[in-house]
Each structure stands twice: as C-alpha cells, then as structure tokens.
Design a protein. Structure first.
Length: 492
C-alpha cells in the first residue's frame, strides 16, 4: 500500500515539476536553457556543474575585469573562453571577448598578418560560436557589423589594407566579380555553384535571400569588401531588434554606406582575381542615388520633428560632400545635378551666387576667406596623385578632366594672392607633378599596395619612361607632361 502511494506521489511530483519548469520558462526565470547541438565538452560542463556554473562564471568574470584594468589581454582570452563554455547565453562575454581579440590583442603585434589572424578570430567567435547559441540577440549582430565597418572597413588601423586584401581574397571565391549571383547561390545548377553556396552558408553563415534584399535596397555593393558584410549583419540584427536597437542598427547601416561610398567600396573594374599587385580601392560613387533616396524615405516616414531635422541635415551634408568627389571623378554632369538638387531642396546649402565650380574649388582647398597655402598644396598633390592613378588604369577621359581641374585650382589660387606676397607662392605644376610622380615610382615610396611593380610598370609605359631597374630616367622626364595631358598623348 505504502509503495503504491509513494509511486503515485512521485508521478504526480514529476508532472508538477514539468508544469513549474514551463511556467518558469514563460516568466523568464530560466536563465540556463538547454543547449542544442553543443560540442561534447560544453554539453558535459553545463550538465555536470548545474547551477554552480553560474557562480564559477561570476568569479571568472570578476577576474577578467581585473585583467582588463591591468591590460593583460592575452590572459583575458582564456578566461573569457571558459566563461562562454560555462554560460554560453551570457551575451556580454561574447561581445567583450570578440572586441578584445579584434582590437586589443591584434595591435600587440607589429606584423599585419599576425594582426589579421586575431581580427579574424574576433569575427569568427561572434559569427560561428556566439550566434550559434544566441541567434536572436541583436547586440551580437550589431557588434559583428561594427567590426567589419570600423576595424576592417575604416582606415584607422595601420594594417587595414592587409585586412581588406585578405577578406577580398576569401570572398572572391564566392563572388568572383564582387556582384552577388543570388539565384545560383540559392539554387545552384552545377558543382561549382553548389560548392560556393555551401561555403557561403556553412563557413560564412550568410543567407542568399538576405544578400539579395540588402543589395537591392542598398546596392550595388561589392561583396568582396567589408562594407557589404557590415550592412548585411546590421540588417540581420534588425530582424531581432527592439525599437531602441533598431535605431542603432539603422545608423550603423548609414555609417557603413557613407564609408563605402566615400572611402572605398569598389575594387578596380575587371579584377576577378584579387592579388596584392592589383588590389586598389576606389570610392563607390554609384551609391549616391541609393543613399539619397534612403534619406528621402526616412525623412518622409519620420514622425518626430527633431529627428526629421537631423535626417535633413545629414542628407544635405552627405550630398555636399559627394559633389566634389563626383566633380573630381570627371562626373561633372552628375555633380551639377546634385548641386541643383541641393539648391532646390535645401535653400541654405550654398553661399549666395555660388556656382558649382566655385563651390568645388572652395571645398577642395577649404578656402574660408583666407588663402591657406598648405591646404591648396594638399589639394593639388592629391589631384595629381589621382591623375596618375587614372592613367594607370587607362581612364584617359578622367585624366584629361583631372589635369584641367588641377590647372584651374592652381590658377584660381594665384589670382587670389597678390604678386608681391612671395611667402604665399606655391611651386609650379611641373614641380608638383614631378614630386608626386617620383614618390609613386619609388619602390620604397609611400604607396606599397596599389603602386605594385605591375602598376608602376604601367605608369612608366604610359609616360614613355624606361623600365624600372634598367636605365635611370632623367629628372626632367617626370615633368614633361606639364603643358599637355600625361599619358594619352604620350602613349597614343
């Protein structure tokens, strides 16, 4: 009798425990969820330690904070790894550990290749492990987007070009020309596309459907570059984000788009096999209409007057920055279109009577009423540098227009200063171009990535100079193009 009663009570207790567990889960009292598809070591740890693993994780977290204060980042890596195994749903640990690897540990190394290994580890930690156990946490996506945008995509790290090069070489295996063939990636028709599709999903954890949506809304993007990845992961985060995080992720998208548009969102056209010799980034000015349209949409949909003003200001500033870039890129018609657009939509964009030419000259030289010789020289050196880069890639129409623009700015400056003011005089264009060209042709010069031996040889050929390492070019050869456009006339 007693045995039967005990068995009945045990059955009832089991049923009640299941009900209690379900209610605790619904109310959010269960902080330790069962792990799905976890590695054996992690599954064993979480089961064997039970509730005690939270206490151990807290102790390790306190120790990690102490190590961070002492700048002992390598020790932090191991402790943080233990914490993620004890508490895999503790989002903040994943974020701190990934940041530590990508930022703090990487800069301890001087070799760019060593730095890239640690940046990759930070990316992989979030993408491959953190999101595996926390797929609905928008903060994880936001941090992953930030690493691509800021650490890899921006130019604040001395090794940023190494990061971009290695990432482009990885992604070109899936996007050979940078453009996403999402139909083949989603429904591959041959062995090559099946391999690419599997790699995209299994290695890089990316969905072709999301890629297609992102490229349609924000593109055209070069998916070999970090900007596209930053936008992708920010958009993934928006799927799970609440209202507060939605705004943060939306800003992340805009910051990335601006960075991609102005700093470097495109590889040289025609390059399908990225190497250190041909890896050269250029602004992706094709994104200007897309970004402008997105601003217009946000302004139209925004209900908060203060936020509307903020969006309008950002929109205006974006286009004001885009116009000189279009002008310098020999896209004067497009520059004129956006100049007219701003005058019509933002009446206070320009000074009264200001023309497109005067605005571009003022922006390039940062002329604020006083003639700044250093800023004018910086603009002329930059334009001469860009002129020779276009010559390397045989963009002769742009070379012609850049040459003319350089002359206009030089003439404009000399009109502004008085002939008696010797202290404000700048060198003639022949000397300026000679200086820039001598740097670009120097194997030990300041342009190691896009001025590779192949590119230097192309530049020498266009200018009719001797092959590098054979007969030294006479000094005057660097300035022979002063009164004519360099390259096209010499080469053709």
């Amino acid at each position: 009798m007693l045995c039967a009663l005990a068995a009945l009570l045990l059955i009832a207790a089991g049923q009640m425990q299941r009900l209690l567990n379900a209610e605790r889960d619904q109310l959010g009292f269960v902080h330790v969820q069962p792990l799905q598809n976890a590695p054996p070591i992690l599954a064993f740890t979480t089961v064997a330690l039970g509730g005690f693993r939270g206490l151990i994780a807290n102790a390790l977290w306190i120790r990690t904070s102490e190590l961070q204060e002492d700048n002992k980042y390598f020790e932090m890596v191991q402790l943080a790894d233990w914490i993620t195994k004890l508490q895999p749903h503790m989002v903040q640990v994943w974020l701190v550990q990934a940041w530590n690897m990508a930022y703090n540990v990487s800069v301890k190394f001087k070799n760019p290749e060593d730095r890239w290994l640690w940046v990759q580890r930070g990316i992989s930690l979030l993408r491959d492990e953190g999101l595996r156990y926390n797929p609905n946490q928008s903060l994880m996506y936001r941090e992953l987007s930030w690493i691509f945008q800021h650490k890899v995509g921006a130019n604040l790290d001395d090794a940023h070009m190494t990061y971009k090069l290695h990432w482009a070489q990885q992604m070109q295996q899936i996007f050979p020309d940078g453009r996403p063939n999402t139909n083949e990636l989603a429904h591959p028709t041959d062995a090559l596309w099946r391999e690419r599709s599997q790699k995209l999903r299994d290695v890089y954890k990316m969905d072709p459907a999301i890629i297609a949506r992102v490229d349609q809304e924000y593109g055209p993007l070069d998916w070999r570059l970090p900007g596209a990845q930053a936008v992708y992961w920010a958009e993934m985060g928006r799927i799970y984000a609440d209202a507060k995080d939605q705004e943060t992720l939306r800003r992340s998208v805009f910051q990335t788009m601006r960075l991609t548009c102005f700093i470097g969102g495109g590889i040289t056209p025609g390059v399908t096999n990225v190497t250190p010799d041909n890896f050269f980034l250029r602004p992706n000015l094709e994104l200007i209409p897309t970004i402008s349209s997105t601003y217009e949409k946000l302004i139209a949909e925004e209900k908060d007057p203060n936020q509307t003003i903020s969006f309008k200001t950002a929109h205006k500033n974006f286009l004001k920055e885009a116009i000189p870039l279009l002008y310098v890129d020999a896209e004067e018609t497009k520059a004129a279109y956006w100049f007219k657009y701003l005058k019509q939509n933002y009446t206070n964009s320009f000074a009264p009577g200001e023309t497109l030419d005067s605005y571009v000259f003022k922006t390039l030289t940062e002329d604020t009423g006083e003639t700044d010789m250093n800023k004018v020289m910086s603009a002329l050196l930059g334009l001469a540098h860009r002129e020779y880069l276009c010559l390397i890639f045989q963009e002769y129409d742009k070379v012609q227009k850049l040459h003319a623009l350089t002359q206009k700015i030089w003439d404009h400056y000399n009109v502004q200063i008085k002939s008696s003011e010797q202290r404000l005089r700048i060198p003639d264009l022949k000397s300026i171009r000679q200086f820039v060209l001598s740097q670009m042709l120097d194997p030990e010069g300041p342009f190691p990535y896009y001025l590779s031996p192949i590119n230097r040889a192309s530049l020498r050929k266009e200018l009719g100079l001797p092959v590098e390492g054979t007969v030294a070019a006479p000094e005057h050869a660097y300035g022979t193009e002063t009164n004519s456009v360099p390259g096209p006339q010499a080469a053709h």
